[in-house]
Design a protein around this ligand. Sequence first.
Ligand code: TXA
Ligand code: MG
Length: 338
Amino acid sequence: MTELFTAETIDQAADRLQNGELIAFPTETVFGLGAVAENEAAVAKVFQVKGRPSDNPLIVHIGQAEDIFNYAIPNEESEALIKKLSNAFWPGPLTMVIPITEGTFPKNVTGGLNSVGIRFPDNEDTQALIRAVGKPLVGPSANLSGKPSPTTVDHVFHDFSGKIAGILASQPSRIGVESTVLDVTNPNQVQILRPGYITEEMLKAAIPDLSVSTVSLTDLESADRPKSPGMKYRHYSPRQEVIAVAPNQLTDYVLTHKEHKQLGVMAPKNYLQAMGSGIASYEIEDSVEDAMHNLYAGLRYFDDQEAIDEIVVIIYPDIEGNKAYRNRLTKAASQVIE
Ligand code: TXA
Ligand code: MG
């Protein structure tokens, strides 16, 4: 049985984690599948229930910012940078990849890399859970590998009911896409390995002398040189094909295809109205924030409907603030029309 825990029963959830069981927890980005990071067998269970490839490392979640220094011995320069970044963005949707201190976590956490990704998530109940356990938790997104990430308790139940010990209940995730993964192993040139809510612009605004670049997706996905191993896998995909379409072509696309296929369309109201009847719809507001907040919920909504043949989702132009949304949507999509 998969139990639901609340703020009042955090100690019980912490006991289950200490016993090597798995508890999913809410964060501001997406829900994570928690296990004690020092417990190799519990971490192995996380890979097994998700069906996750073993070379894809996990993010370690800490209950207070200073704890990052328990797992890495930084030099003076990187220590100063990590402190600046954590002051500016933690708790929050930023994962810092740092050189790992030998012997801190079992090899299956890092997939054998000599670095580890660490994040202090912005959810008070989850912070309290980690502190009650007294040890950091691994937390990959709490979805079956390859499927859209979970942003609600229901999504986690859908994928893992009966397969994990419990879920710490909460409101839906505020942001809706995973954290920005930032490699800070070289403090003179930090690199975004996975785009997220925190953009290059936001990093530079907080730390003006920061030298930051974004690793190109082709580089990230190359099988021989994967900097962030997770980026090379197919992700976020429902059963059906997903077609991402730019705003100015969206209505035409739907009108020409709706006679032949049962479409599920995720778009703002004015677009849906122009498309008339004969489509299933998931309405969002006309902003990238709302599209991001709803992307996984929308994909899952259509995934559960047998009758839907194809999912059509609005894609926004390639500008800085849209990068995380475009990254997740284009990885889910088999075709991008813009
Ligand atoms: O927002 C998030 O980050 C969520 C919530 C639950 O915290 N977690 C999450 O975990 O998205 P996951 O496992 O689905 O994605 C982890 C990503 C993968 O792309 C992985 O390759 C990368 O982080 N990663 C982890 N450790 C790394 C390391 N040492 N070096 C490079 N990339 C790393
Ligand atoms: Mg994931």
